[in-house]
Design a protein around this ligand. Structure first.
Ligand code: CA
Length: 221
């Protein structure tokens, strides 16, 4: 599951990102309104964590614009503005939850999960393919009766391939989604992960679970 973090303070953003990644979520960090709009327009986010005091605008205006334009992703406001008035305003504009700063990560995680649970009742939270069952909320993968242990990155890779079934994803697209800006496009890490995933499902040798398109990328056909 992918979470967009809109936050201008690098320390806070890193703290949230690290915590969420440890819990197997994929994150993207936007440090201002312009970036937030760009990333949201790319689509594919399951939750947005939104700060209000941003260097190039107000998070509430951003949220109002999103809702007017039909972006329905769940939004959790995380802000130092914590008066009753602020909270009511945020919720009225279209936020789904409001957590005042300072916050505990445990509470943020619990609230994020509750939003993801609600939205996944609308969206698909279990992906199934050729006997593989992937539960995005419980973070479990099974094949028949066998449960399969995946690391966070392996899980994220399988998830984006299954969610884009039938489409070819380039190595750049995969790298950006899973490693964010930290991925070195020269490295062969993605190939290593693809090989590891294939080996976990020996039943799917022919045709292979993940198809390689030489010089282009990968797909689950
Ligand atoms: Ca701020």
């Amino acid at each position: 599951m992918r979470i967009l973090i809109v936050e201008d303070e690098i320390k806070v953003a890193r703290f949230i990102e690290n915590g969420l990644r440890e819990n197997a979520y994929t994150t993207k960090w936007a440090k201002n309104c312009v970036e937030a709009n760009d990333y949201l327009a790319e689509g594919g986010y399951d939750l947005i964590i939104l700060d209000l005091g941003l260097p190039d605008g107000d998070g509430l205006d951003l949220l109002r614009d999103w809702r007017t334009c039909g972006f329905n992703e769940p939004v959790l406001i995380l802000s130092a503005r914590d008066s009753l008035d602020d909270r009511v305003k945020g919720l009225n504009i279209g936020a789904d939850d409001y957590l005042p700063k300072p916050f505990s990560f445990t509470e943020l995680l619990a609230r994020a999960r509750s939003q993801l649970r609600r939205s996944s009742q609308v969206r698909q939270s279990v992906l199934e393919y050729r006997g593989i069952k992937m539960d995005l909320l419980a973070h479990t993968v099974s094949y028949g009766d066998r449960s399969i242990d995946l690391t966070n990155r392996e899980f994220a890779l399988l998830e984006i391939l299954l969610q884009n079934k039938g489409r070819v994803l380039t190595r750049t697209q995969i790298g950006e989604k899973i490693w964010d800006a930290h991925y070195d496009m020269q490295s062969n890490l993605i190939d290593v992960y693809v090989r590891k995933l294939r080996n976990m499902f020996p039943e799917h040798k022919d045709p292979p679970l993940i198809k390689t398109l030489r010089g282009v990328g990968y797909s689950i056909p």
